[in-house]
Each structure stands twice: as structure tokens, then as C-alpha cells.
Design a protein around this ligand. Sequence first.
Ligand code: SAM
Length: 287
Amino acid sequence: MRDPNASGSTPRVGLVKEITSLSNPVIKDIRALSMKKHRDETGTFLAEGLKLVIDAIELGWNIQTLIYAKARTSTEQVERIAALTVARGGLVLEVSEKVLTAITRRDNPQAVIAVFEQKLTPLSEIAPKADETWIALDRVRDPGNLGTIIRTADAAGASGVMLIGETVDPFSTETVRATMGSIFAMPLVRTSEVEFLNWSAKDGALLVGSHLKGSVDYRSIDYKDRAVVLLMGNEQAGLPDSMASACGKLARIPQTGRADSLNLAIATGVMLFEARRHLLALGDLTP
Ligand code: SAM
């Protein structure tokens, strides 16, 4: 990321600078994060919202730039994350509403946004233990679906989400928004079909394919005391035979009515909460 003053060649780490111009080169760089190409090149992405930024920093994600609108932020909280950002070698920028609106492409932008470094976990590091549930998504295309699935996986206590083949970018602004912060809590893996099938053949976790022609009712599977990987099909094509035939079980969610299938994110939620039903309980709400 460039120096916000754009006057020298060496970035002044930790500088708090007020920026009101859309032609400032740092703001241009940040705005370019709406494009996948720029996210890939820089290995960074944009997250919006004070709570989400605080959570991300606390979970150990590397912040590169903190951007806020002074008029709308509680000084104490922003000072705290500004100090954390500076301590971790990042930049802090105070910007006008016009600049925030342009970066987020929203009429009512969040008052605090930040640029973080992307983080992915290699598949080779994943060895699911008993009672762990992973989600594997074959070629997921829709950013909203992916964000909703990451959020749901987090809520159900899943261990992470694997993205197989050509998928939507998990760090796109739309996906990150739909995760409501869970992007920072869920390990994400990117893999190919071949690598995934080799891994699942060796790993020993029960691979459950979610399939419209599944031979078993998803509620009849014994998910207890074993590692489970729930494999979900692409929105249009479903699971290809090459993947379906690798599954230990092919499960179907019974349907009635005229709908051909469930939406991918809904089907994932139904499968996931059933697979983890024995592990989930209502917490004690008494103060
Ligand atoms: N036309 C696609 C097909 O033939 O599979 C529909 C795909 S559906 C929108 C996306 C994914 O959600 C499916 O591949 C499957 O993994 C899951 N899914 C949706 N409805 C399901 C059901 N009733 N039972 C099991 N899985 C389902």
C-alpha cells in the first residue's frame, strides 16, 4: 500500500492521515479491491464494520489499513483499533464520507472499514478429528450462497469450509458481507477435485454427498463420534458422478411441493445442523 501523502517513495507506517480526495493513490488502491484481479495481486481484501474489524484483529488477522469517518465513530474504540493497527505495522486513514461511499460503493457505508491480508489453509494440514464437521463445496458460484454457508458453518460449530475447483472468490466484498464476520472465524481451504478426492480417500473421514438422487435419508446417517465431510454440489449442475461415486453415503433431504431442489445454502444448513445435532444444545440464558 502506498504512502497516503504520496510524496515520498517509502511508506510511513502507522501514519494517521486525513484524506478527502478520491484521486489520492492510496484510495485508488483500496477502491481497486472491488476487483478480483487486484485482490489476487495484493493478497488482500476489504472488510466493513467496527465490530467485525475488532473481531478480526483479535482473531489474529493481519490488518494492513484502517479507514474511518471521524464524524461517525466513537473515539475510544477507534483509537484502540488504530493503536493496534499501528502496532502491527498498518496505516490509519481518516477519510470523508464521500471517500467511504466511493470505497464501499454504498450510500450508507459503515463508519469503519479495513484492508486485511487474505488467509487460506492448505488441504494437507487438514486432518479432521472425531466430532469435527467440514463442508466441501463443489464449484460454488454465488457469492451470497458462499457467504451464507460460511456464516452457517460458523454457527453450527463446523471446523471449516473447503472450496473445490473454480469457485467464486471467498474474499469478494459481497461474500465477506454475507458472512457477517464469520469469514474471520472459519478456516478456508482451496483445492482441486483431484486433490480433494485423493485427500478424502486417505483421510478416513466419512464423506457424505448431498445429492438429489441420494439413496439415504440425511437423517438416517450415524454422524456420532466420527469426522464428517459434507460435500455439496454446484448450484446448477449438482455433484458430478466423479465426486458422487467417491462418497461413503449419498444423502437426500426429502422434499414435497413443486420445487426441484433446495437452494445450496439452505441445503447446506439443513445437512449441517442434522450432522451436528447431537453436539448442539441451547446455552443457559440465566444471568
Ligand atoms: N440441478 C441441480 C442438481 O441436479 O443437483 C440442483 C443443485 S442444488 C440447487 C445445489 C446443491 O444443493 C445440490 O447439488 C445438493 O448438494 C444440495 N441439495 C439441494 N436440494 C437437495 C435435496 N433435496 N437433497 C440433497 N441435497 C440437496
